[in-house]
Design a binder for this molecule. Structure first.
Ligand SMILES: [Fe+2]
Ligand SMILES: [Fe+2]
Length: 177
């Protein structure tokens, strides 16, 4: 059921910043901006990679229920980001498929970092959050559309929260296999 406050099926309290999301809109069609958002959506350190990586890490975490729960919820919040980016890419006039083509490279499962232990996985996940933030900040500077900037800035708030969660989990489970 959608969250009663945000109206979003993917919202997970405590794992998404409480600030509201802006309405999805763009100033006009723009294939160049769509290509930049496709990197955030399905690039090597994009949302599709993060959602898949974290759900795999959730599934592989047997010994630490708290970490497993956080990994699942963060994965679901990344799906929220996927949906918002893909809908915005459509508004920009581009089909957000991930097969590859002139508009954007294909998504590849080869970008997923599997890791061998919980500790290693949490470090990989923290690094992927930092990469995502770096890319969003870069695209916020490159995109001159206030609606898209507002969306990316709002997503970044969630990614900072994920950094905080992964740092806390690393403190607790750094020796876990
Ligand atoms: Fe994300
Ligand atoms: Fe994240």
């Amino acid at each position: 059921m959608p969250d009663p406050i945000t109206g979003d099926l993917h919202y997970r309290e405590g794992f998404s910043d409480p600030a509201p999301y802006p309405a999805l809109q763009v100033q006009g069609k723009n294939p160049y901006y769509a290509r930049l958002l496709m990197e955030d959506y399905a690039g090597p350190s994009g949302e599709m990679t993060a959602a898949n990586q974290y759900i795999y890490h959730h599934i592989m975490t047997d010994s630490a229920p708290e970490a497993a729960d956080a990994l699942e919820k963060i994965s679901i919040v990344e799906m929220m980001h996927m949906e918002k980016l893909a809908k915005t890419i459509r508004l920009l006039g581009v089909d957000p498929h991930v097969k590859g083509g002139p508009e954007a490279a294909a998504w590849t499962s080869g970008s997923i970092q599997y890791g061998l232990t919980l500790a290693q996985r949490l470090h990989l996940d923290l690094a992927s959050e930092y990469e995502a933030i770096y890319n969003y900040e870069k695209h916020i500077r490159m995109i001159d559309d206030p609606y898209i900037k507002a969306l990316l800035r709002r997503i970044v708030l969630d990614e900072h929260l994920h950094v905080k969660h992964f740092k806390q989990l690393i403190c607790r489970f750094d020796q876990e296999s």
